[in-house]
Design a protein around this ligand. Structure first.
Ligand code: GLY
Length: 254
């Protein structure tokens, strides 16, 4: 698997009003812009062509573009986000995906899915059932995947916001797991890299073309990933962490 493209969306000033359960205070907008620019540079350094969508102040969470669509090598599926305040974010995503000649499917009511709940591992897609993603939405996604020869299965979440808040697939059979996902039967086939409880946020790391982007400030997780043979790229993520957002949330990769 190699990624050639990414879509990101610049955060807007309204991001300070984004959804959050983090209790870390309001993001500093200027700092967030700088962190976002460094994120784009990191994707480019991994060989990706990055499409940058302009911000939309009507949608405080719209920089977390990953939640709006699932992009597979065979098709793209436009999501129906679980939080009503985020539903309109999908409109801006469909156009650029169409430009890449994607076959487009979509999740429709009463289904809801945030694609932060979907983890790709080869041809299989794990879908977290969470406060944002319901069983109907997951079934709709699996039906579209199966049309293209792909498969999907569900994972019930207890506390995590999204599946990828606590688990990341790094290719070559390696899975980073933390919190409620440690030891889960659904992931027993993988070789696992454990994230300790005091570094839980770092479980949302991101494999991009043989490198792994990791959030700065979590040295044990970074070291554990490097010990398994991966080159890491550290990025400051403090302002997005304040909104429960992680490295994967900031882009669509394909
Ligand atoms: N702030 C990201 C989310 O809650 O969807």
């Amino acid at each position: 698997m190699r990624f050639a493209n990414a879509i990101v969306r610049t955060p807007g000033p309204s991001m300070i009003h984004g959804l959050t359960s983090a209790n870390l205070g309001k993001p500093d907008y200027e700092k967030a812009l700088a962190q976002h620019a460094a994120y784009i540079r990191a994707l480019e350094s991994c060989g990706l062509q990055v499409t940058v969508l302009p911000h939309d102040n009507d949608y405080p969470d719209s920089t977390f573009v990953e939640d709006t669509a699932l992009v597979t090598p065979a098709c793209a599926i436009i999501m129906r986000p679980g939080a009503p305040s985020r539903r309109g974010e999908t409109t801006a995503i469909e156009n650029p995906l169409t430009k890449f000649s994607m076959h487009i499917g979509r999740v429709v009511s009463p289904g809801t899915v945030d694609a932060g709940d979907i983890m790709m591992a080869g041809d299989h897609y794990y879908i977290g059932l969470s406060q944002r993603t319901n069983a109907e939405g997951a079934s709709q996604v699996i039906r579209v995947l199966e049309k293209y020869g792909l498969t999907g299965s569900t994972v019930l979440l207890k506390d995590a916001l999204h599946l990828k808040s606590g688990v990341a697939y790094l290719e070559e059979g390696w899975l980073v797991t933390g919190g409620e996902f440690v030891g889960r039967r659904e992931f027993s086939e993988f070789k696992t890299i454990l994230v300790e409880s005091d570094e839980q946020y770092a479980a949302n790391c991101l494999w991009v073309n043989d490198r792994v982007l990791v959030a700065a400030g979590f040295p044990k997780t970074k070291q554990a990933i490097e010990t398994c043979g991966f080159e890491t790229v550290q990025l400051e993520m403090s302002e997005f962490q304040k909104l429960d957002g992680g490295l994967s949330c900031l882009s669509l990769r394909f």
